[in-house]
Design a protein around this ligand. Structure first.
Ligand SMILES: Cc1cc2nc3c(=O)[nH]c(=O)nc-3n(C[C@H](O)[C@H](O)[C@H](O)COP(=O)(O)OP(=O)(O)OC[C@H]3O[C@@H](n4cnc5c(N)ncnc54)[C@H](O)[C@@H]3O)c2cc1C
Ligand code: SF4
Length: 440
């Protein structure tokens, strides 16, 4: 049974991505009692699935490792993974939160040896690699990723009740597998809440003209990030999902499902920067043989990112075409995606007084899909102000609930972390007021 020691001076953090982790650690390191509730079996959120960060092209694993070490060392912080908040009642300084914890089927005895993985046979698409999971499988007993915190294996619920579950249990020498584990419900107190449930990629299946659901060589930017990662499904090689051939000529389609009344109204900003970064992956993989073409409406590279944009613009292996791609078809002979549209900067380029239409083939197409809030509007278990796009608005009626990171807007890591630190401070102020009142 999971136990939580909490009072109305405890800070509850919902979501353990970089924003939630930051808020939780900042508060815990000032001496506050913090409970962090994370839906997935590990903390770190979506940055764990990024290969490199713009603009420095450094690895997210560095910052992640530092934060994980801080988390391990801090006795004020309790992390509950595989858990979701289902209900929040009360007001600032006096909340009662109910959480549901899914069974992991592996207890804290786990040493991370991997014997259970070797013992089971069933394999499933690896969700860590998004849609490219089809290119990489994971076993029914697994560690979600190499740096996962906690370093504790998980049994997929689909093997429970099968021979595989028994094999995993028999293989574990330290008695870490508990097939009797059940879903738990827990209610505890909190004085303030930091809501940091982050974002999810917009569902590319909804952008019908781009054929993500029909053409194997049309993938999304989050999938491309996994493909470029040496820990990813292709070992870091840029290969076409259809036939495993090298993907040297890559087209990036900006605003795929963003700034569009039929899809997401907002601009995610990050997807322009992500594409500029990903042209480096193409260049790094193939040198001058690697060619990137970016189809864009306008490039949003604000503040300090302007220099990064300028550097990419000056790269002769990267081309920019100002155009909203109308549709994608497939050349059935070679599996190449074919982009169709109009180059809006081509007016009268050939002297005939018209715009150039294109039908251009590539090895691989990457849809720069936008970021939407991970919690659907209308399903928040707490009463807070949500804007039209589904992000949390700062509002007095939110009481002691403060948004951090991408739960409040589409943000890069730097901005998400700054904002999470601010949210931690607001939460600390609330619990300090409670402590002050109770001390009177
Ligand atoms: C293609 C792409 C590339 C990017 N590259 C970069 C880059 O190079 N540099 C950069 O600065 N930024 C980049 N970003 C942006 C970066 O991913 C975000 O800034 C970062 O993930 C924000 O972290 P977060 O903690 O706010 O959200 P998340 O990473 O989404 O974390 C939220 C956490 O909350 C958990 N959660 C969700 N719902 C619940 C719930 N109901 N209960 C409990 N837990 C829940 C999730 O499981 C997750 O762990 C990129 C984004 C994209 C789309
Ligand atoms: S559950 Fe047991 S067998 Fe599996 S990794 Fe942990 S210690 Fe090893």
């Amino acid at each position: 049974m999971t136990e939580v020691i909490a009072t109305n001076q405890t800070i509850l953090v919902v979501g353990g991505g970089i924003s939630g982790l930051t808020a939780a650690l900042e508060a815990a390191e000032t001496g506050k009692q913090v409970v962090l509730v994370e839906k997935r079996p590990f903390v770190g959120g979506r940055i764990t699935q990024l290969y490199k960060y713009f603009p420095k092209l450094c690895f997210p694993t560095c910052g992640l490792e530092i934060n994980q070490r801080r988390a391990k060392m801090n006795p004020n912080l309790t992390i509950i993974s595989m858990a979701e908040v289902t209900e929040v009642q009360g007001e600032a300084g006096d909340y009662s939160a109910t959480i549901k914890i899914s069974p992991r089927y592996v207890n804290e005895n786990c040493t991370g040896c991997g014997d259970c993985t070797r013992a089971v046979e069933a394999e499933f698409d690896n969700e860590f690699n998004y849609g490219l999971g089809g290119m990489s499988k994971r076993k029914g007993a697994y560690l979600p990723h190499k740096m996962a915190h906690p370093q504790r294996y998980v049994l997929d619920p689909r093997i429970i009740g099968t021979e595989d579950a028994d094999k995993a249990k028999a293989a574990c020498k330290v008695n870490a597998i508990d097939l009797e584990m059940q879903e738990e419900t827990l209610t505890f107190k909190a004085g303030a809440i930091v809501w940091a449930t982050g974002w999810r990629p917009y569902d590319a299946n909804k952008i019908q003209p781009y054929g993500y659901d029909r053409f194997a060589n049309v993938i999304t930017n989050v999938e491309f990030e996994r493909m470029a990662d040496p820990q990813g499904p292709t070992g870091g090689k840029l290969l076409r999902p259809s036939d495993g051939k090298e993907a040297k000529h890559v087209a990036f389609i900006q605003c795929a499902g963003s700034r569009d009344h039929n899809h997401l109204l907002h601009c995610s900003r990050i997807c322009c920067m992500a594409t500029l970064k990903q042209t480096h992956f193409v260049q790094d993989a193939w040198g001058d043989d690697g060619k990137s073409t970016i189809y864009y409406i306008d490039i949003r590279a604000i503040d300090r990112f302007e220099d990064f944009y300028t550097r990419v613009k000056n790269n002769p292996n990267v081309s920019f075409i100002k155009s909203k791609v109308a549709s994608i078809t497939e050349n059935s002979e070679n599996g190449n995606p074919v982009l169709h549209g109009v180059d809006v900067e081509s007016y009268n380029r050939d002297g005939n007084g018209g715009y150039d239409r294109y039908a251009t083939e590539y090895d691989l197409v990457v849809l720069a899909v936008g970021m939407e809030p991970s919690v659907d509007k209308g399903t928040f278990p707490v009463d807070i102000s949500i804007n039209e796009e589904g992000f949390i608005e700062p509002a007095p009626e939110n009481g002691g609930v403060f948004a951090a990171g991408c739960a409040s807007d589409a943000l890069d890591v730097n901005r998400a972390v700054q904002q999470a630190t601010g949210a931690a401070l607001r939460a600390i102020q609330v619990v300090n007021r409670v402590a002050g009142t109770e001390g009177q």
